[in-house]
Design a protein around this ligand. Structure first.
Ligand code: MG
Length: 424
């Protein structure tokens, strides 16, 4: 059908059409014929999964459409056993317009309020779906995902390297830290919790002894001196210890001027986290095991953290992450998202990090899987000198290299197979 120009409409077509169509239909016809833009019309046809074991366990989701476009998302940690959940979510997706991302997210979330949709596995599996929908929406509209989240505030995303190296007695430590220096990171993180510390007197109790705390400070000092002062150092305690230990470690670490001390106590008792924060000048960070905006509300309202760290691959995805970041921004709290996933999920997180004003730094945790990391997407290495530079490619902007990724496939699990067991 030939296109009708705006001039044609007002010369002759309009008067004729008024009588036939009536004004509302006419307005629609004018809009449709005068705009070069056509909103894509897509329908979801299938949702497929693959499972990967890398740094932790990741659930990859692909959402297929009737026009051949496919969106790819990734969830982590709490998604083990999430495949049946994704199959269940598919009933809310197949036949739907994938561009209504937040509607589909909210529909699935509210459908499960009696089935665990407040946190955990349900929200983590939903996060993978949500990210796949954004990838799909970006591809359908020809725009990068950050554009759909409000546009970018920065061109590149600062990454910190979880060094997995902090033991001064490790003969390999110096070489490993040199490698991280050579890679150009501007921030690193180490772990100081140690279940196997020989000075722990009880397997179950997590009150650190004087000797354990000395070991912790020795690790911090060792890594601190290995880097230029301009490189920030963060320290993780993995939410294992009790209040006494948390306060002592935060206080003794003050001279090191850490970027943050992460979860000195478990995150679920917000009052305890706040008490530690109020006892020290060391910035306290928490949130990798909190879910949705609701999980972060009390932390922010009670001023329990200096920095929050939502994991976008499990807390609800990219728009939920943006909403959490915006809520934090009203408390003048920055976000430093937790991130342990492949380059696909990491790039997804980068799109959200680009769109919010209070982004601080994003985690990267694959230093011990460099070969897999660099081959996992067709675009190759995405981190350069400690930063990810965003591109204008539509969607997430990275595509899985299936040959490389399948090296980490969880044995005996489907690999993006349709319900009938076929791959299109
Ligand atoms: Mg942590």
């Amino acid at each position: 059908m030939s296109r009708v120009s705006r001039r044609d409409l007002f010369r002759g077509v309009v008067p004729a059409a008024v009588g036939v169509l009536g004004l509302p239909s006419l307005a629609h016809a004018v809009q449709a014929s005068s705009s070069p833009y056509r909103r894509p019309t897509l329908k979801i046809t299938d949702v497929r999964t693959a499972e990967v074991q890398a740094h932790g366990y990741q659930l990859h989701v692909r959402i297929h459409t009737d026009q051949g476009l496919v969106g790819h998302g990734e969830g982590t940690d709490a998604v083990r056993g999430g495949v049946p959940l994704v199959r269940q979510f598919a009933q809310f997706l197949v036949g739907q317009d994938p561009l209504n991302v937040d509607f589909l997210f909210e529909r699935i979330r509210t459908a499960g309020i009696f089935a665990g949709a407040q946190a955990g596995q349900y929200v983590a599996a939903l996060s993978a779906i949500e990210i796949a929908l954004w990838d799909l929406a970006g591809k359908a509209l020809g725009l990068p995902v950050y554009q759909l989240l409000g546009g970018k505030m920065r061109d590149r995303i600062r990454i910190y390297c979880d060094s997995q190296t902090e033991d001064p007695d490790d003969p390999q430590a110096a070489a490993k830290l040199q490698q991280i220096r050579d890679m150009g990171f501007t921030a690193v993180k180490i772990d100081i919790d140690e279940a196997a510390d020989p000075m722990r007197w009880d397997r179950m109790n997590w009150t650190a002894s004087n000797a354990e705390i000395d070991h912790m400070m020795r690790k911090i000092a060792f890594v601190r001196q290995a880097f230029d002062k301009r490189v920030d150092l963060a320290v993780d305690m993995h939410g294992r210890y009790d209040m006494t230990t948390g306060k002592r470690v935060a206080k003794e670490a003050e001279p090191f001027k850490l970027l943050f001390l992460e979860e000195p106590v478990p995150a679920e008792n917000v009052n305890a986290m706040r008490d530690i924060r109020e006892s020290t000048s060391t910035p306290i960070c928490c949130g990798e095991n909190l879910f949705l905006r609701h999980g972060f509300r009390e932390v922010l309202e009670k001023r329990a953290a200096d920095i929050i760290m939502p994991d976008l691959q499990k807390c609800g995805g990219l728009l939920e992450g943006r909403k959490i970041a915006d809520m934090a921004h009203t408390h003048y709290v920055p976000v430093a998202p937790h991130c342990v996933v492949s380059p696909i999920g990491t790039m997804a997180s980068c799109h959200m990090c680009a769109a919010v004003p209070n982004f601080l730094v994003l985690e990267w945790h694959w230093i011990q899987r460099l070969e897999l990391w660099r081959s996992f997407v067709r675009e190759g290495e995405i981190i350069e000198k400690g930063f990810v530079t965003l591109t204008d490619r539509p969607g997430l902007g990275v595509e899985m290299d299936e040959v490389a990724a399948r090296k980490a496939q969880v044995p005996n699990t489907p690999w993006f197979e349709a319900a009938g067991g076929t791959r299109q």
